[in-house]
Design a binder for this molecule. Structure first.
Ligand code: 3PG
Length: 309
């Protein structure tokens, strides 16, 4: 019988310590690790999948073509939270189990949200007089794994903390000492800072629009460590034009970056690459969880974190 092959396909590589840990788990299980890092084209990814049983990815695009090229493919694990980069229907059609590793990189993302908030509050550290976070209202848009870490850190900063999440009960939010609000409109009209933690799906794409952003109080700052796709960029450009007090900080630049750069310099910050989860701790947590989930699925059939049906 051929040895089980596990491909780690990461255009944005894990820290070495994480790759070493993944290798140990895979090899201890008697499997073989295949590494494809910083690949230059989607066809490199597609070719690498051809003869493997399992794949670990990050934000890599696991589209229909990739999934279908995996002749022996049984499982694909997104080492991270958002799985909008996987064609779930293609996985289901081919009988491939798709999983994520929820919670494993959440603290890293929450810390980046605060790093960017401080940048906005301190005018990108340009030497001018900025503002403080203490006492300011922060609205956590979706109270999941990252949202909870954001709340915890916000307490340390002495912020006034609100959250809106239609999938989490008010009681659960209150239990953490956070004020729940009952609509997205209420969250945006209450909070000077909004930290976005919604997934990108058919319901949420382009949902953060001009109407919502225009409700934000004076000196509004939108912090996006979620996905650029949830922003309605026409609305974003409009709010920048109408509200000179509006700032936007985001983990990964929007498509309209050139226009923002031309007209609204100094009021935004974008990471050059999505790097919320780019810490060795998050790489280790998510990478090792992905490797263990693969071993547990192949050896014992455990499908706990399956995201496709
Ligand atoms: C996630 O969904 O887990 C984060 O966006 C991290 O993505 P990354 O693994 O590409 O850094």
């Amino acid at each position: 019988m051929n040895m089980t092959k596990v491909l780690v396909a990461t255009d944005k590589p894990f820290a070495k310590v994480a790759v070493d840990g993944i290798r140990k788990i895979i090899e201890n299980a008697g499997f073989e690790l295949v590494l494809l890092e910083k690949y230059t084209s989607q066809s490199d990814f597609k070719n690498a999948v051809t003869d493997v049983d399992a794949v670990i990815i990050r934000s890599d695009i696991a589209d229909k073509e990739v999934i279908e090229s995996g002749k022996n493919l049984k499982i694909i694990v997104r080492a991270g939270a958002g799985y909008d980069n996987i064609d779930l229907a293609a996985c289901t059609d081919k009988g491939v189990v798709a999983m994520n590793t929820p919670g494993q990189n959440s603290n890293a993302v929450a810390e980046l949200a605060f790093g960017m908030m401080l940048m906005a509050a301190r005018n990108s550290f340009d030497g001018s007089s900025g503002t403080e976070l203490r006492g300011k209202k922060i609205g956590i848009h979706a109270y999941g794994n990252v949202g909870k870490y954001v709340a915890e850190i916000a307490k340390g900063f002495g912020m006034d903390i609100y959250a809106y999440d239609p999938f989490v009960s008010n009681e659960a939010i209150e239990k953490d000492g956070i004020k729940p609000l009952n609509s997205v409109e209420e969250l945006y009209s209450t909070c000077q800072y909004i930290s976005l933690h919604i997934p990108a799906n058919e319901k949420t794409k382009k949902s953060i629009n001009f109407e919502l952003l225009s409700k934000m109080p004076k000196n509004a700052c939108l912090v996006n460590t979620a996905r650029k796709e949830v922003i309605n960029e026409e609305g974003l450009l409009k709010i920048f034009a109408e509200r000179t007090d509006f700032k936007y900080v985001s983990d990964i630049e929007p498509a309209c970056k050139a226009e923002l750069a031309e007209k609204f310099a100094g009021r935004y910050f974008f990471t050059p690459k999505k790097m919320g989860a780019q810490t060795s701790e998050a790489n280790v947590n998510a990478g090792l969880a992905a490797a263990s989930q693969i071993v547990d699925f192949i050896k014992n059939g455990n499908k706990t974190y399956q995201v496709n049906k």
